[in-house]
Design a protein. Structure first.
Length: 151
C-alpha cells in the first residue's frame, strides 16, 4: 500500500513538471513570435529583437522539453495507481546537472535500477544498507524508502 504522503509527493512533483510545461509553452510562443517577425518584409536581422528572442526561446525549449515526458509519466502513475517496490542493497552517488548553476542530484542505485532521490531521502539512507524503495512504475519517482531490519 502506498502512503498518502507518497501520493502527495508524486502530485507535487507532477505539479512542478506542469510549471515547466507552462514555461515551455511561453518559449514556444516566443519562438513563433520570433519566426513571425523574421518573416516580415524588410526585416533587418541585427537591429531587431529577434536576435535575442530566437536563441533564448530555443534554449528554453531545449531545457524544458523533458518536463512533458515526466508530466505524462507521473499522470499515468496517478491515474493507474501503478506503483512498484524494489528491494536490495543501496548504493548512493551524486551527479552534477547540466549547466553552470545546476544543482547536484542524489542518485540511489539498487542492482540495475537507478532512482533520483531528494536530499532528505539521501540523508536517511547509507550505502550498503538494505532498503525497500516504493516508486512509480512509469515515472520511476521515489515515493518512500524503508530500511530493512537486519536479522
Amino acid at each position: 500500500m502506498v502512503s498518502v504522503e507518497g501520493i502527495a509527493k508524486l502530485k507535487a512533483w507532477r505539479q512542478r513538471q506542469a510549471f515547466g510545461l507552462m514555461g515551455l509553452g511561453l518559449a514556444l510562443v516566443g519562438l513563433s513570435v520570433a519566426l513571425g517577425l523574421w518573416a516580415l518584409p524588410g526585416f533587418a536581422f541585427f537591429i531587431n529583437p529577434v536576435v535575442i528572442l530566437l536563441p533564448l526561446s530555443l534554449i528554453w525549449i531545449w531545457a524544458l522539453w523533458p518536463c512533458l515526458g515526466r508530466y505524462q509519466k507521473a499522470a499515468k502513475d496517478l491515474s493507474n495507481g501503478t506503483y512498484m517496490r524494489t528491494s536490495g542493497v543501496a548504493s548512493l552517488r551524486q551527479t552534477g546537472g547540466v549547466g553552470l548553476l545546476a544543482p547536484k542530484r542524489h542518485m540511489l542505485d539498487i542492482g540495475d535500477k537507478s532512482f533520483e532521490i531528494s536530499a532528505a531521502f539521501a540523508q536517511s539512507v547509507s550505502s550498503g544498507q538494505s532498503v525497500i524503495v516504493t516508486h512509480g512504475l512509469a515515472s520511476n519517482f521515489v515515493l518512500d524508502i524503508a530500511s530493512l531490519a537486519k536479522a
